[in-house]
Design a protein around this ligand. Structure first.
Ligand SMILES: Cc1ncc(COP(=O)(O)O)c(C=O)c1O
Length: 412
């Protein structure tokens, strides 16, 4: 069975607006599915009051927010108390650095990478420096940008408190095998594991129990939803973390790692993303007795197959082009390559190539994408950076053909 791409595209009004335009900048922020927009609009038009009081619109508002939280907890296979919906991933990791870092002391160690977006790097480094904690860097291969588990093991010891890495880099585009790496970390240390899944979640919403991590964060505005950050923090470690809520709210799990007042309408609209995935599931499969994580896996398999057909010809083209340095894996055969494809043109700046692609009707970007350390360490000027073509499941073969034609023209 194949993903019904026409059905998919019908769920995004923005795709109907400019049928000729190729949106290839999804890793910066995806289009929003109609289901999420409908919930956002409904909330703002009809239930824009303080939620959770006992009058009609307020009760409805609270129920809409609760449904979003319950559905996301079910999708991630976690308890409600383990879910935080905050303003963004950068804000969530910043808050977590305060919650986690309070306990750190001299002699402790943490591991961060030079592959990550700064949101999963700088906050931990800054807190560690403040507390006299040793920072160990798990380093990428300087040619490919890939992380290798062999170089992680020597960094772990009895003092390692936390290891921070990403499920998929927003530049390298290759999935790090989180479950396997986490298992290894736990075997060789008592460290906790926190994952930035912002660049992975648009391709699959994961089951936290299967990953075995302690913290996990991603941004719904890149997963076809409103501008909110979803975060999981394992219940078993809550007691050891410092509450970031007002002192009289520290018993309320949804507030402990989110001092911001919730953005009510946006929180309610988070349910729309899962409604959209449910609709995709119903459209492609008949079974109704399947739980949410398994429905998401079924959808994931369709999406992966489709995304692979999008990525493969672009990777082939870039990998064999003499005027290009491709970052990350050049093939999709291992099933771990997101269609987030970054490369450095060798005979012109990334900016000038991006301008040519944009003029040709391809929405793409160049820069360091806040993976500043990675781009610098790969020997690339972080201001000009790389060109990034980032596709998702609503992109089409026609999009790919246009990208290849225009890339060929622009590179020559
Ligand atoms: C991989 C990755 N991590 C973290 C972030 C930060 O997410 P947010 O914009 O929600 O703070 C981004 C945003 O681009 C990202 O791509």
């Amino acid at each position: 069975m194949q993903l019904d791409i026409n059905f998919v595209r019908q769920q995004f009004d923005q795709l109907q607006d400019q049928p000729e335009f190729v949106f290839a900048s999804n890793a910066g922020g995806s289009y929003v599915c109609n289901q999420a927009n409908d919930l956002l609009e409904h909330y703002n038009r009809h239930t824009r009051v303080q939620p959770y009081s006992h009058y009609g619109s307020s009760t409805e508002a609270g129920e809409a927010m609760d449904r979003a939280k319950q559905d996301w907890a079910a999708a991630l296979n976690i308890d409600l108390a383990e879910l935080t919906i905050g303003p963004s991933t950068s804000m969530n990791t910043y808050v977590m650095s305060q919650a986690i870092g309070e306990q750190w002391q001299t002699g402790d160690e943490i591991v961060v990478t030079n592959q990550d977006h700064e949101a999963n790097s700088g906050v931990w480094r800054r807190k560690a420096t403040e507390k006299g904690v040793t920072i160990r860097q798990w380093e990428v291969d300087l040619e490919t940008g890939l992380l290798d588990t062999d170089s992680l093991l020597p960094l772990l010891n009895d003092n390692t408190r936390w290891v921070f890495f990403s499920h998929c880099s927003n530049v390298v585009g290759t999935t790090n095998p989180v479950a396997a790496i986490t298992k290894l970390i736990k075997k060789h240390s008592s460290a906790k594991v926190f994952i930035d899944a912002v660049a992975y979640a648009p391709h699959h919403v994961s089951d936290m129990k299967l990953l075995g991590v302690d913290g996990y964060a991603f941004s719904l505005y890149k997963v076809f939803g409103p501008h909110q950050g979803i975060m999981y923090v394992n219940r078993s470690i809550h007691a050891g973390l410092a509450s970031q809520a007002h002192y009289f709210l520290s018993g309320e799990s949804s507030k402990v790692f989110n001092p911001a007042g919730p953005q009510h309408a946006q929180v309610a609209a988070c349910a729309g993303v899962l409604d959209y995935f449910d609709l995709l599931y119903k459209h492609h499969f008949n079974h109704s007795d399947v739980d949410r994580p398994h429905r998401l896996v079924a959808i994931r398999n369709l999406i992966l197959a489709h995304e692979n057909t999008l990525a493969a010809p672009i990777l082939d083209f870039l990998d064999t082009h003499s005027a290009v340095r491709l970052i990350g894996k050049a093939h999709v055969a291992d099933g771990d390559r997101a269609p987030t494809i970054a490369f450095k043109p060798l005979k012109q700046s990334s900016q000038s190539l991006t301008n040519l692609l944009q003029d040709a009707g391809i929405g793409t970007e160049n820069g360091n994408f806040y993976a500043h350390r990675l781009i610098s360490d790969l020997g690339i000027d972080p201001d000009d950076g790389v060109v990034r073509l980032s596709l998702v499941h609503y992109n089409t073969q026609e999009d790919v053909e246009k990208i290849l034609t225009e890339l060929d023209r622009a590179l020559n």
